[in-house]
Design a binder for this molecule. Sequence first.
Ligand code: UD1
Length: 361
Amino acid sequence: MHKVLSVVGARPNFIKLAPVHAAIKAVGGFEHIIVHTGQHYDANLSDDLFKELEIPTPNYNLGIGSGRQAQQLGQMIAALDEVMEKESPDLVLVYGDTNSTAAGAIAAAKNGIKVAHIEAGLREYDKLIPEEVNKLLTTSVADLYFCPTKTGVANLQKIGITQNVHLVGDVGIDLISNNLEHIIANKGIFEKLHIIPGQYYFFTCHRANNTENPLALKQILAAIEQLDLPIVFPIHPRTAKAIAYHNLPNPASFQNVQLLPPLNFFDTQSLIRSARMVITDSGGVVKEAYFHKTPGIIIDRQIEWVETVEEGWNRIAGPDCKRILSFTQNWTQPVGHSNCLGDGAAAHQIAHAIKNYLAQC
Ligand code: UD1
């Protein structure tokens, strides 16, 4: 029996953990300990998702909460250090690029524990992006790399990492593929929001590039206020606080906007699938839109899911009102869709690869 320990803390970590936990259980031969750093603590960003995605209650919740980037990271590493010492797992699994991801990887490496990185090798090549720093830190101490895309593999190759690199696809796509019937059948959310499939935009905005920059946020809000269809806008608490702090117009007062709290995972997928377009700075929403063949307009300056842009499903407008409006009005359907994010079997490949790896250690 191998003991593996997953470190999670923020919403996108939980979404990746769900299929991986299920695969670890199905493959068998593992004891799986789940540690929640407490980075996300609001029920609709955390506990509700554990219930919806049937993830067991974490064995530990470290209750770290919000804070300045480096302080939050430091507190997580210190608290995780104690858990790693006590549990002494054979391998630590970290997911994506949040502060919890980097903290888990560093704490494990400092305890001499092997680290497996899920969603390895992606880059935005801008160290001012908090997630980019987390990607770099995690790559540098990982032992096993599970890449979602060929670009991820190539990026690792460029820095000399070629051993224990697996191209498996994206585990988030596993979750959607395995629940696609439910996502398609879920009509209740359209009735609840009084919207017609194909006749609304799905909009999200939460990345620090935009929320910490009042000029960017102002441009983005000006664009959504002028859009020609209803807009569904589940707002991240960070964005709500930033809009109030910078004294920007409250989107709840825009006639075309339905401002909502963060939504559950499956309602979100149904809404992305049937949207006229998504407008977002979320890497998660970008790749989910690609899967559902929904056009995406990216309101950040770059994105790590470069294949989805190259194939024409997503276009980078940046935080620029004119470009956002022009991109929504001038859209050409791409010619192909290569399923470049995988075929829904990533988590099982990961569980098998970990088993093989640990058998050889
Ligand atoms: C984090 C991740 C980001 C991910 C996002 C998904 C990092 C650096 N960023 O960003 O990659 O896309 O999660 O949501 O790890 N807050 C609450 N309640 C909560 C959590 C946060 O109100 O439960 C507010 C607080 O004001 C906090 C702010 O959101 O200061 C930012 O939270 P934080 O966890 O630092 O980053 P996210 O923006 O959520």
